[in-house]
Design a binder for this molecule. Structure first.
Ligand SMILES: [Zn+2]
Length: 145
């Protein structure tokens, strides 16, 4: 358990330059992953072991962009698509796309019917509830008069 108080932004303290660097306003930063207070210069959170970057304006260490992961993902997708082309799937995929569009259009129609159906059901339920209330009120009034 470590309790480190995070200094308030210096704006609350009198007479400090407003052009001061963001990082200088805090004495520590917060881990984006586990929210532990960590030293400003830390690049790895001592609490959870995640990589942490620069401090943001809220005093939280930003998550560094994992470019290697993005690069690997892009390469993997590129390789997969290339593999499909190698398998000779380029033509089948081109033939298949218009059908996919048709299906999307058809699905859109069903979605529209579903939405309008729900709206209809809602309005009808509301109308019958109002009718029930009005009739109940009329019965009540005729009973007491
Ligand atoms: Zn952490």
């Amino acid at each position: 358990m470590c309790i480190v108080t995070q200094a308030l932004p210096e704006e609350t303290m009198a007479g400090t330059g407003k052009d001061s660097d963001q990082a200088k306003r805090f004495s520590s930063k917060k881990c984006h992953e586990c929210f532990a207070y960590i030293p400003l210069e830390a690049t790895i959170c001592p609490s959870c072991g995640k990589k942490v970057g620069e401090i943001d304006k809220n005093g939280i260490a930003v998550k560094p962009t994992n470019w290697i992961a993005y690069a690997i993902a892009a390469l993997a997708w590129g390789g997969f698509i290339f593999y499909l082309f190698l398998l000779g799937w380029a033509e089948p995929i081109k033939d298949f796309l218009p059908h996919l569009l048709d299906w999307v259009k058809e699905a859109g129609i069903y979605l529209w019917l579903l939405v309008t159906g729900i709206v209809d059901w809602f309005i009808e339920s509301w109308a019958s509830l109002l009718e029930w209330l009005v009739n109940g009120w009329k019965d009540f009034m005729s009973d007491i008069s």
